[in-house]
Write a protein that binds this ligand. Structure first.
Ligand SMILES: *[C@@H]1O[C@H](CO)[C@@H](O)[C@H](O)[C@H]1NC(C)=O
Ligand SMILES: *[C@@H]1O[C@H](CO)[C@@H](O)[C@H](O)[C@H]1NC(C)=O
Ligand SMILES: *[C@@H]1O[C@H](CO)[C@@H](O)[C@H](O)[C@H]1NC(C)=O
Ligand SMILES: *[C@@H]1O[C@H](CO)[C@@H](O)[C@H](O)[C@H]1NC(C)=O
Ligand SMILES: *[C@@H]1O[C@H](CO)[C@@H](O)[C@H](O)[C@H]1NC(C)=O
Ligand SMILES: *[C@@H]1O[C@H](CO)[C@@H](O)[C@H](O)[C@H]1NC(C)=O
Length: 349
């Protein structure tokens, strides 16, 4: 039985709730950080149903961007051995310049965690930071079969390239990860840094109550939109488009570095497949005959070819080898589980 204490920042997020699930399943003692006591209470109630003897407590960190934000939690808990930093900034501010709105919050949170660990985290052995495919993918190489994205690839974007909101977001994600690796190169800490660089993350919510919101977060919303598509719509659903990974695999990647030296210290790059709206629709229609004539069929042909032509090319075999994971959860299963959860929830409410 493991009694290692792990700090999980941003514990209420989509990836974090699944990560918390895996930690509790493995008997870790977990300290979560969230922005409010209300959130902490809700998460505790929900997990205690599943794991009555869960060792789970919370620390409230209202603004991860505030200097010294994490000092107290490390001062109070010198027993922390693992840190999983999934928190992203509270809100990317509107009506601010790109640097204030994206760069500062993205980089300050990471900096604050790493500095607090250096100053007070005497027993920390592993730090895992949730980064992003945005720090890997080179937008100029979409459709280029000769350019293979791997664990070693870095998006070449610099802050000088930023001339719109999307690029500001992407550059900030990249620079926040770079800051973490540079911190390690300069400070040579005793702990190991691992980053997880997922592409679009989807899959079921850990708790279906997260589906209560009219507008769901990110990927769940993409599936939700297809579920409310017009049944007479026969156009080819070329959007959304991208590469994806199942949230449960992403959660596992956050935990494995705590347990396996082959994984810690690495940049982990998981991708299950490429998708477009039509591919997702085809999966839904194939698996949920009860939706016949309730949602669009779109234009059945060419979904796979279209997805392939519009993808980045990638190779995630190193991540599979290090982790010992045999294969990523397939897109079909991810979509099926997400849709089933949404339909179940709707039938009850
Ligand atoms: C966690 O603890 C429970 C209860 O003590 C035990 O039954 C279970 O085998 C443990 N699981 C792991 C992965 O150690
Ligand atoms: C959904 O997004 C909101 C606002 O960003 C966040 O507070 C909440 O934790 C998210 N919920 C899940 C399940 O991801
Ligand atoms: C906490 O749970 C209650 C009841 O389920 C809900 O009404 C409330 O909005 C939740 N609060 C947060 C912050 O999620
Ligand atoms: C629901 O959406 C609101 C507004 O986006 C957000 O503040 C809240 O955290 C969301 N609740 C959940 C449980 O994700
Ligand atoms: C779809 O087309 C049929 C036949 O033209 C029509 O009866 C029906 O109202 C249409 N449904 C929607 C949702 O537009
Ligand atoms: C780490 O990798 C080595 C070499 O591939 C392998 O023999 C060993 O079993 C791996 N360790 C774990 C914990 O998976």
């Amino acid at each position: 039985m493991s009694t290692k204490t792990v700090l999980l920042t941003g514990a209420s997020g989509f990836i974090a709730l699944h990560t918390l699930d895996q930690l509790l399943k493995r008997n870790y003692t977990v300290i979560g950080t969230v922005r409010s006591q209300d959130k902490a209470d809700n998460i505790t109630v929900q997990f205690k149903k599943e794991y009555p003897s869960a060792q789970l407590t919370f620390a409230i960190v209202e603004d991860i961007g505030a200097s010294g934000a994490f000092n107290k939690v490390f001062q109070d808990h010198p027993e922390i051995e693992g840190v999983l930093h999934t928190a992203s900034p509270f809100s990317f501010g509107l009506n601010k310049d790109f640097k204030d709105a994206y760069f500062t919050p993205a980089t300050e949170g990471t900096k604050n965690v790493l500095e607090a660990i250096q100053n007070y985290g005497k027993n920390v052995k592993n730090v895992v930071v949730t980064s992003s495919n945005a720090a890997v993918a080179n937008a100029d190489k979409v459709g280029d079969k000769t350019f293979i994205h791997t664990e070693e690839t870095w998006n070449p974007i610099t802050w000088d390239d930023v001339d719109n909101e999307l690029k500001a977001y992407i550059a900030s994600k990249k620079l926040a990860e770079k800051l973490a690796w540079e911190f390690v190169a300069e400070q040579k800490p005793l702990w190991k840094l691992t980053t997880v660089n997922p592409t679009l993350v989807w899959g079921p919510q850990k708790f279906e109550s997260s589906l209560a919101n009219k507008t769901l977060n990110t990927s769940a919303e993409a599936i939700n939109k297809l579920l409310s598509s017009d049944p007479n719509d026969t156009h080819f659903f070329d959007k959304p488009i991208g590469t994806s990974i199942d949230v449960r695999d992403v959660a596992l990647l956050h935990v494995l570095p705590l347990e396996n030296e082959n994984v810690s210290g690495k940049r982990l790059y998981p991708i299950q497949d490429e998708f477009n709206g039509q591919r997702i629709l085809n999966i839904i229609n194939r698996n949920f005959p009860e939706l016949e004539s309730k949602i669009a069929k779109g234009s059945l042909d060419g979904a796979d070819k279209h997805a392939e032509e519009n993808t980045i090319y990638y190779d995630t075999s190193k991540t599979l080898e290090w982790t010992g994971i045999k294969s990523w959860i397939p897109l079909e299963e991810t979509v099926k589980d997400s849709v089933r959860q949404i339909l179940d929830y709707r039938s009850k409410h």
